[in-house]
Design a protein around this ligand. Structure first.
Ligand code: ADP
Ligand code: MG
Length: 702
């Protein structure tokens, strides 16, 4: 249960004074609401001002900075209403001066009475607005403030400036934020007290007050103690949540699973190659974990094509040798099917019973599979998220492999882990993730890296061309498929609109068919599963030579004969995505090419991405560069899938706090795993505040 103390922060923003239904709608657009509901008071408080207008600087007219908002002390010297024959088109001008010079306040379509009341001749006034030079004269159009001495005294020294959406004004956010601050209770301290003292951090409430009611420009420095504290709060919440998940998993205990190597040997004997050193090393780490009495929680990171799937298969084999079952969860139907088909002949030769379970199975077939899983007549199962549905039960699940993890959430990982007694978990990610991000998103997992690629891989020739040179590209592809090449042609998301997205790919397929006839296949996300498979299969078999696709082929698909990857509108893809796509080629013996077709003019970031793509194939380097170019949420694709990211912490500036938060979280979870102590209670409030209360539920369940 959420602590009552937090109730005011969980009320809708519409309950704040001055926020009606209309403003509330605007807030819905302007504020990040990871919970997906109506914006709440806490969402508003977490919407921090990004800069401020310093009202204390009182420059003179002549030396005030141009084209920015300033506050000036002036005397009204002349009122110049528009002459009546201009019919209100000409502005009302008010000339004001100080001892350095004069300027005009300009009002279009103005209410004359208001102007004359607010700016009487000879009066001293403080006006604020953007000062600009127009036709050789200084002017301020529609000052945002016209104050007399009394009003000036009430003005905050620095006025906060917030991110807005169309229709929302600074004034409205400022007022609402004031209302929200008034509701903000003093909360018990959840951070380790010595840490608070060491950094001289303000309390949570103080920190929010300082940021929303800036007293000076220093508060906008991301390293300011108040901002650091808030960033730390958010990091701590996520680390405690991950820590609780880990503790829960570890508490469920482990079981030592030791294989005799017989099945692995039979599988290995069928491979036309030997394992890379990195694969051998990773397998050793995995097997050591499985053999220990503790539960395995391991992340297997490797670039596309580094051979993770094989490592997973051999780990699963070890579990089967130990007399237990193993499951592998893939993010898409196509992938699950592909893994299954690859592994099936190998498994049959090794006398391992392998099954496929997806959402698309026929009812009767599905029932048979489920029965066999429960009876233990199936050793290994490959599937999609259909695997963690309630109806699925195992006789004795020992290992769950989760492929391409970032598409699944923490609770899905848990769901699979709870399908057996002491299930070891192996998570595989194809997007190499910098260490800081591993910590943020996966918590304290052990990591195995596959940095080395299988021998014999040729570098991919990556080129960038403007789309105007499409003719040349088509001609080149014609020659290549004559020579036996197979080509992926990827059309991107258009405005994240599936219909348009689809139209682009369909249209491209049509155009290519004019040249290459039925050698052109098409696969997209809205096709029926069967049709998708059929399109993939005829490409795999070489019946079609060119596969036009939306990004459905993004993850994991393996056609070693494909040697050309064309990415249309490359400027619209992120680095990680480009890298993933390019990784679909360069898997076989032939030399591969990746063509990045872009639309001109190319923006700065898009150009930087393309340059990096041409410079390197090292996924780890690309991931680091990606992190620099974009926010961290996007590196993992979390923004698209809606996993809550961070609102107050930004890893490029607050990354150093992460290991501190991890250690603090570890201590909290170790000392008081039920979060029942005084500090534990405070930490519970923290988890609710940052929407990590899913982890609190584990406390009860476990
Ligand atoms: P990942 O899942 O890491 O993207 P895969 O496991 O799909 O990579 O492997 C990509 C390709 O490399 C597959 O065709 C696989 O058979 C092959 N492969 C895996 N390990 C090796 C190896 N040690 N030597 C040569 N080829 C390998
Ligand atoms: Mg893979």
């Amino acid at each position: 249960m959420r602590p009552d103390l937090l109730n005011p922060l969980f009320a809708d923003v519409a309950t704040l004074p001055g926020v009606g239904p209309k403003t509330s709608k605007l807030f819905e657009r302007a504020l990040a609401t990871p919970h997906g509901g109506e914006p709440r008071v806490a969402d508003l408080l977490f919407h921090l001002p990004h800069s401020g207008i310093d009202r204390r600087a009182r420059p003179k007219i002549m030396d005030a900075p141009r084209d920015q908002v300033v506050l000036l002390e002036v005397t009204v010297v002349e009122l110049r209403p528009p002459s009546s024959n201009t019919r209100g088109k000409a502005p009302y001008r008010v000339v004001v001066e100080d001892d350095t010079g004069d300027m005009a306040l300009v009002f279009f379509l103005a209410n004359h009475q208001w102007i004359e009341r607010a700016l009487p001749l000879g009066a001293k006034r403080w006006v604020s607005g953007k000062l600009e030079l127009w036709d050789g004269h200084l002017q301020m159009v529609h000052p945002d403030k016209v104050l007399d001495e009394a009003a000036l005294a009430k003005l905050p020294p620095v006025e906060p400036v917030y991110g807005l959406t169309e229709g929302l004004t600074q004034r409205a956010v400022q007022k609402a934020a004031e209302g929200a601050l008034a509701k903000l209770p003093e909360l018990p301290e959840w951070i380790d007290l010595p840490l608070v003292a060491q950094h001289r951090w303000p309390t949570f409430r103080d920190a929010l007050e300082r940021v929303h009611r800036p007293q000076g420009p220093e508060i906008f420095d991301p390293q300011n103690p108040a901002r650091l504290r808030l960033a730390y709060d958010e990091l701590l919440a996520s680390q405690v949540a991950l820590g609780l998940v880990r503790a829960r998993m570890k508490k469920l205990g482990g079981r030592a699973s030791v294989g005799d190597g017989k099945i692995s040997e039979k599988l290995l004997a069928q491979l036309p190659f030997s394992l890379t050193g990195a694969q051998v090393e990773a397998l050793k780490e995995i097997r050591t974990d499985m053999a220990s009495g503790e539960r395995m929680l391991r992340l297997l990171q490797g670039d596309v094509g580094s051979g993770k799937t094989l490592v997973a298969l051999l780990a699963m084999a070890t579990m089967v040798e130990a007399g237990r079952q193993a499951a592998m969860m893939a993010p898409t139907e196509i992938l699950a099917r592909q893994h299954y088909e690859r592994m099936l002949p190998m498994c049959e030769a090794a006398r391992v019973k392998l099954a496929l379970l997806t959402g698309r199975d026929k009812a009767a077939e599905r029932r048979k599979t489920l029965e066999a899983l429960e009876a233990g007549n199936i050793d290994m199962v490959i599937g999609t998220h259909a695997l963690f549905q309630e109806a699925v039960a195992f006789r004795d699940l020992g290992l769950a492999v989760v492929d391409e993890q970032h598409r699944f959430g923490v609770h899905q990982r848990l769901a699979l882990g709870s399908k057996g007694e002491a299930v070891d978990i192996l998570v595989m990610t194809a997007t190499p993730i910098p260490r800081t991000l591993v910590l943020t998103y996966f918590g304290d997992m052990d990591v195995s890296l596959l940095r080395e690629k299988p021998a014999g891989r040729q570098p991919i020739d990556t080129r960038a061309l403007p789309i105007e040179r499409l003719d040349e590209v088509v001609a080149g592809i014609g020659r290549a498929i004559q020579a036996g090449a197979r080509v992926y042609w990827v059309c991107p998301l258009v405005d994240e609109n599936e219909e348009l997205d689809l139209a682009a790919a369909t249209e491209r397929a049509e155009v290519l068919r004019q040249f290459f006839g039925d050698q052109v296949g098409l696969v997209h996300g809205q096709m029926k599963g069967k049709d998708k498979d059929a399109a993939m299969e005829s490409f795999q078999r070489g019946e079609t030579k060119i596969l036009v696709a939306t990004t459905v082929i993004e993850v994991g698909v393996d056609v070693p004969e494909a040697t050309i990857m064309v990415i249309e509108h490359a400027e619209r893809f992120g680095l990680a995505q480009l890298h993933q796509l390019r990784g679909r080629v360069g898997r076989g013996k032939g030399r591969s090419t990746c063509l990045l077709l872009y639309k001109t003019p190319l923006g700065e970031v898009a150009e930087a991405r393309i340059t990096i793509m041409r410079e390197t194939e090292d996924g780890f380097r690309i991931a680091e560069e990606d992190l620099k170019l974009r926010g961290e949420g996007e590196v993992l694709g979390t923004r698209q899938s809606g996993t809550p990211g961070f609102r107050l912490a930004s890893l490029d500036v607050h990354g150093a706090l992460l290991p501190v938060a991890r250690d603090d979280a570890r201590m909290i979870v170790e000392r008081n795993p039920e979060l029942s102590s005084e500090r534990g209670q405070a930490v519970r409030a923290l988890l609710y505040l940052f929407g990590r209360d899913e982890a609190v539920k584990l406390l009860r369940a476990g």
